[in-house]
Ligand binder design. Structure first.
Ligand SMILES: NC(=O)c1ccc[n+]([C@@H]2O[C@H](COP(=O)([O-])OP(=O)(O)OC[C@H]3O[C@@H](n4cnc5c(N)ncnc54)[C@H](O)[C@@H]3O)[C@@H](O)[C@H]2O)c1
Length: 393
């Protein structure tokens, strides 16, 4: 069987979820190419050897430049803070290697554009881990819209709300514009922009207005490293440092098919830990998704007699009818967060073999389109004006 040697660049939260995906994918799926977990890169103080041993990587490295160039590596997978996506991805592309990169594709629009241009010029395959596209329920919503079951889309309402960033959380890279690009916006709005583009099959043409706010303007500088999640176990040091990104961004937008849309990303929305949701209303019906109940899709059929219209909860766990789940467990033996990454690893391997993925995977150019929307919303908030996407390059 054909194999491909993977290099994983980074070993934090996403380092763990991608390690799990590369380790599981050939056990649950039959990918046309089998991934070999060749080498993981981590910073020396993170003990990449121990990480490699725990997760099944054959080697550990502390120099990513050498690793990416190594002729032994066939696929580069980037899971570092956002400012490092561009240099690592460019090095992979330069070496003619396919590259999978975490979202947002980059910290800045210029980096995103250059990454997309470089990939196009070199003709290498690229992938961005917008993993929520790989939830069976989100895939189902995409299919329902594609099959015309919702009719013409009128409303798109998307929120991605978290509440981990109270003032006890220190100044992680996620609060530093130079390292992250933006705050909740690039972290969370990136996902719901991508998801709603995917489900509706339409592009955002205008950001009509936006609000960006930073509630906590200073945080304690970091001491120690996160023990797993976004900020789990992190402690603050004695000094204070400036937060240079947003805590929340809300914006209104228009889609190419005429729908109007609202987006909201927040890190201090108390009571919401990972509430990644959309509701899409069309002339013939509607769908609702909430990641905190990720196995379910709510569907409303507005073509039924009024007397029996109502929301239907579809448990998206029936292999054959619902995407990906035939490779996991029997009906209603539900799947979780990590499965989306394994589903995406499977689709990446299909694309590398020249096969069609289950659903389209965003490449660098596609993720650049999402980055243009992020940029338009920030411009709109900064300058308090509508921004047409045609003017954001
Ligand atoms: N797809 C998703 O749902 C999802 C979820 C979380 C994070 N992400 C993305 O994944 C990427 C990594 O996020 P994460 O949560 O794994 O971060 P993390 O802080 O947990 O890990 C980052 C890793 O990058 C490496 N690194 C290199 N230079 C670094 C530096 N200067 N500071 C800190 N770490 C450095 C380290 O190996 C570290 O382990 C980001 O682009 C983030 O937006 C995506």
């Amino acid at each position: 069987m054909q194999t491909i040697n993977v290099a994983l660049i980074g070993q934090g939260f996403m380092g763990r979820s991608h390690s799990n995906a590369w380790g599981q994918v050939a056990k649950f799926f039959k990918p046309p190419i089998k991934p070999v977990m060749h080498t993981v890169f981590g910073q020396p103080e993170e003990n990449p050897k121990a990480f490699a041993q725990n997760w099944g990587w054959q080697n550990a490295a502390t120099n990513w430049e050498e690793l990416v160039k190594s002729p032994q590596i066939g696929l580069v997978d980037v899971v570092t803070p956002n400012y490092m996506h561009a240099p690592v991805a460019r090095a992979a592309i330069e070496a003619g290697k396919p590259c999978a990169c975490e979202k947002p594709i980059a910290g800045t629009l210029a980096d995103a554009r250059q990454m997309a241009e470089a990939a196009k010029a070199k003709g290498v395959k690229t992938f961005v881990w917008f993993n929520y596209r790989r939830c069976p329920a989100v895939g189902m919503a995409h299919r329902l819209v594609k099959d015309g079951m919702l009719g013409e889309i009128r409303h798109v309402r998307a929120t991605y709300l978290q509440d981990w960033a109270d003032n006890s959380v220190p100044l992680l890279w996620r609060f530093d514009k130079g390292l992250a690009g933006s705050g909740a916006h690039g972290d969370l709005n990136a996902h719901i922009i991508d998801m709603t583009r995917f489900v509706t099959g339409q592009e955002i043409t205008e950001v009509v207005g936006a609000i960006a706010e930073t509630f906590i303007k200073e945080r304690k500088t970091v001491s120690g490293t996160a023990a797993g999640g976004i900020a789990a176990g992190m402690e603050g040091g004695a000094r204070m440092g400036k937060v240079t990104v947003d805590d929340t961004v809300l914006f209104l937008a228009r889609f190419s098919g005429g729908a109007v849309a609202s987006f909201e990303a927040a890190r201090q929305a108390t009571g919401n830990q990972n509430r990644n949701t959309f509701e899409i209303n069309g002339t013939k019906g509607a769908v609702k998704f909430d990641f905190e109940r990720m196995n379910e899709l709510e569907y409303y059929d507005a073509t039924r007699p009024r007397a029996v219209q109502g929301w239907t909860t579809i448990m998206c766990t029936h292999g054959g009818d619902h995407p990906y789940v035939a490779n996991w467990w029997p009906d209603a033996h539900i799947i979780g967060y990590e499965h989306g990454f394994t589903n995406q690893a499977y689709d990446i391997l299909k694309v590398l073999a020249g096969e069609e993925p289950t659903f389209p995977i965003p490449d660098f150019n596609d993720a650049y389109q999402t980055q243009r929307v992020l940029e338009a919303a920030l411009l709109s908030a900064d300058e308090r004006r509508p921004v047409r996407l045609a003017d954001v390059k």
